[in-house]
Write a protein that binds this ligand. Structure first.
Ligand SMILES: NC(=O)c1ccc[n+]([C@@H]2O[C@H](COP(=O)([O-])OP(=O)(O)OC[C@H]3O[C@@H](n4cnc5c(N)ncnc54)[C@H](O)[C@@H]3O)[C@@H](O)[C@H]2O)c1
Ligand SMILES: O=C[C@H](O)CS(=O)(=O)O
Length: 492
């Protein structure tokens, strides 16, 4: 039975819901469905804690993150197995996700000794000017089920090292990672109230967070639908909001590409995590001269994919998170057929034998897809790929950019001129060259253009911009009143 973590105490709740292993339908935990009351309790605790936490020197705040990183490292295998149990992703990817969190802990702990501002000459004599980062106060993070620990670390670690207190609402499908991370923070000695975890529905706990007048920042990762609602409420309240949302990512394969490399990149990006990554490849934009050969090699590789329970080391494609996601994916496949795309492989849920009690979908490949079809425009969030044929690099870039999202893109080519044109013209926050669309590193900014975000970034030092304000400080040590903004000569 999981419990909320508020003001350094574990608090049970009378209303609970089941946490289900998507690979076999087993109930693996029960999680609170909290209310506005618990959100307010957490905010009141956070307000008190933050005042003290902000006064702790940043290098000391960072010590807690070093400890968190070390505990995560010691418990890496156990955390990865729990992650596979609640989310379904295959164990090697679960290990990779936990490692992202560990990397983020050490990276952000390093920021405790940097948190750089700027110093600059002042206009006037005997005057000093600088800008420094200051914490915002109480911040909220709202996270999705597809990367339940990594994304939480991308947000909570910069927030905490910068001197804020955090209210975290994890996705109800994957609360175990949140529970474990809170326990790790507790063991690492984080003062009470600096991190508070409130479990519950987005429509209740999420909305209460967004509405709460004492929460200064909402950092959200999830769907566009929810992101828009959050943004409009935050806009009404003039509350800072950082949004990381969906994607419709493409791999471009040019006629000079190493096709085997491109196939490996597509398979990994499209079917890894069963296509349930914001960065997943769901379009392949291929030069017409190599289309047939690419399709042949893709189909051969797809046949070798083992689908099943992610705890089995041989399995490469795990389950879909739940029944409603499975239905959404299948709905898009049926739509693609009606739109006139040609189904080359997959296109159905797996329901027999070992798949009977879980939610599995066969890796699916469409060809003859027109860029305007809905399957080529909308986020499916499952193992479904559409092949679109083009005749030139310019056309490939145009097709890539003709969607309302802008998260990740990739190009396979051996031509350095094409590489430089592509990285200049592809309208996405992340561009890969001769690699698939997934595999972000935590010390670089992560996020996208257009409908994927609102200009903020997770990860990298850029994450600190979400959780800090800039304070500009002028120190006049002349001992007399000097007046800026009037003719400097008159201040002689
Ligand atoms: N760009 C990125 O960095 C990134 C990374 C991972 C996932 N995603 C996106 O996330 C989506 C999948 O995740 P999901 O299904 O968990 O998304 P979701 O939008 O359904 O839920 C995300 C979080 O928001 C909460 N929520 C739901 N309604 C809310 C409301 N009205 N107010 C406040 N909070 C609310 C949910 O409970 C959950 O914790 C996909 O669209 C994927 O592309 C984006
Ligand atoms: O969302 C988290 C992932 O790490 C992003 S990626 O697909 O690996 O780039």
């Amino acid at each position: 039975m999981l419990e909320n973590y508020i003001d350094g105490k574990w608090k049970g709740h009378s209303t609970l819901t089941d946490v289900i292993n998507p690979a076999n339908g087993e109930i693996i935990a029960k999680v609170p469905l909290s209310s506005e009351k618990e959100v307010d309790e957490a905010v009141q605790a956070a307000k008190i804690a933050q005042k003290q936490w902000a006064k702790v020197p940043a290098p000391q705040r960072a010590e807690v993150l070093y400890k968190v990183g070390n505990i995560m490292k010691e418990r890496k295998e156990e955390l990865a197995r729990l992650l596979t149990l609640e989310n379904g992703k295959v164990i090697e990817e679960a290990r990779g996700e936990v490692q992202e969190g560990i990397d983020m802990a050490f990276y952000m702990a390093g920021e405790g000794r940097r948190l750089f501002g700027q110093t600059t000459p002042a206009e006037l004599k005997d005057k000093f000017a600088m800008s420094i980062r200051v914490p915002v106060g109480v911040v909220a993070i709202v996270t999705p089920w597809n990367f339940p620990i990594a994304i939480a670390t991308w947000k909570s670690f910069p927030a905490i090292v910068a001197g804020n207190a955090v209210i975290w609402k994890p996705a109800t499908e994957t609360p175990i990672m949140a529970y474990e991370l809170a326990k790790i923070f507790e063991e690492a000695g984080l003062p009470k109230g600096v991190l508070n975890v409130v479990f519950g529905k987005g429509s209740i706990v999420g909305e209460a967070i967004v509405q709460h007048p004492d929460i200064q920042v909402v950092s959200f990762t999830g769907s566009n639908e929810v992101g828009r609602t959050i943004a409009s409420e935050c806009g009404r309240q003039l509350k800072k909001v950082s949004l990381e949302m969906g994607g419709k990512n493409a791999v471009i394969v040019m006629d000079d590409a190493d096709l085997d490399l491109a196939v490996d990149g597509i398979i990994w990006s499209a079917f890894g995590t069963s296509g349930q990554r914001c960065t997943a490849c769901s379009r392949v934009i291929v030069h017409k001269d190599v289309q047939k050969e690419l399709e042949k090699r893709l189909l051969e590789k797809m046949e070798q994919l083992t689908i099943g329970n992610g705890l089995d080391e041989q399995v490469k494609v795990g389950p879909i998170i739940n029944q409603s996601s499975l239905e959404k994916i299948h709905g898009y496949v049926e739509l693609g057929k009606r739109e006139g795309a040609k189904l080359l492989a997959g296109g159905f849920p797996l329901t027999e034998n070992e798949y009977k009690y879980g939610w599995f979908y066969a890796p699916t490949l469409f060809t003859n897809v027109h860029p305007n079809m809905r399957i080529a425009q909308e986020e499916i969030f499952g193992p479904v790929v559409s092949i679109i044929s083009v005749s030139s690099l310019e056309e490939a870039i145009e097709v890539n950019n003709q969607v309302s999202y802008g998260l990740s893109s990739s190009i396979f080519t051996r031509d350095v001129n094409r590489v430089f044109k592509a990285q200049r013209d592809l309208d996405t926050g992340i561009v890969y060259v001769n690699a698939g669309t997934i595999g972000a590193e935590i010390h670089l900014p992560f996020g996208g253009t257009k409908g994927t975000g609102n200009g903020h970034r997770d990860s990298g030092v850029q994450a600190l911009d979400v959780f800090t304000e800039w304070r500009t400080v002028y120190v006049d040590y002349s001992g007399k009143l000097q007046r800026a903004q009037i003719d400097i000569e008159s201040n002689e």
